[in-house]
Design a protein around this ligand. Sequence first.
Ligand SMILES: Cc1ncc(COP(=O)(O)O)c(C=O)c1O
Length: 361
Amino acid sequence: MIHSSMLDLVGHTPMIRLNVLNHIDLYVKLEFLNPTGSVKDRAADHIIRKLFERKEIDPDTTLIESSSGNFGVALSAYCRKYNLKFICVIDPHISPTNEMLISSMGGILEKVTEPDENGGYLLTRIKRVQELQVKIPNSYWVNQYANPYNAEAYYQTLGREICECLNPIDYAFIGVSSCGTIAGVSRKIKEVYPQAKIIAVDIEGSVIFGGKPKKRYIPGIGSSKVPLILAQARIDEVVMVDEALTVAMCHELLNNHQIFVGGSSGSVMGAIKKYFSEEKNLEWIRSLKRKPVVVTLFPDRGERYVNTLYDKKWCEWFAGKDPFMTAALRTPKTTNPDDLDDFFEKKQASTWRAHIGEQEG
Ligand SMILES: Cc1ncc(COP(=O)(O)O)c(C=O)c1O
């Protein structure tokens, strides 16, 4: 089939079976194959189409969002597609690649430079968004952390595609940031397969599930505020992963499986390996009398991390920050994927069980 534009290729991403653990059937939806390189294409496209449909915006509206990452890149592309003006509020931590991509695709960059009272830029960025909203008539703040169309995008597209492809589904492991993906996908999966367990994967230092804030170095996963749309997610358990394991798993995916992906893909892989090495979870698998069907997604590509996760010098610098990282860096390059077992023994699994009731919106 011939398509008329690159952006028409959003969604319908391929799924692969990945052989990493003998006792589970693991399927991975390759979300990094979306047109601008991440799962965020789905949210950007759906939100804009919905806003037009509901007459919340018109062709003269200026969209505003605070994002230095994949969502800013995706919004700049889809705003161009729908002929909308887009202002992206960023801070000095943005990578040169993302800054180039956003402006090349038509996004207007508005960079804040003053740190907020916490030493970060989150509050300054939000303040700038609000100032712009007042200054620009007919402007709309996308606000992915609270926008219900964000979750709806994943319910109607990604969640549906996953359920059409797999039968049954026993587990879904999903990385969280704005929580749009998990809110939409979890609701769809639970609707079709009510017995499926939804496991949220978060990074240490993120506050989404009540953890202590700490400086994080890997973008895309975690958040320093609790997103409003988390309330819509149907979460059974949360697995916290640290950044060292995330880096190690990214390298393992590249070395052993030829998959070049971003940090959050490494985090979900780390979570899956941790979860399925814990005795209490293995017990349930034995009672199932078949391999459980486990699904996850790899949200973005590795290219945007070449100066960090995949840079030898950065890894060495990072190893100095976390003694366990040294073990991860010694991971043999070409041996079998269970080699990280030694590493897991050192890092005690920290699985946090969420109250299902509290999570339901
Ligand atoms: C690389 C990557 N992984 C995972 C996520 C999490 O998705 P969500 O914001 O829907 O929770 C994001 C979100 O920006 C991301 O960029």
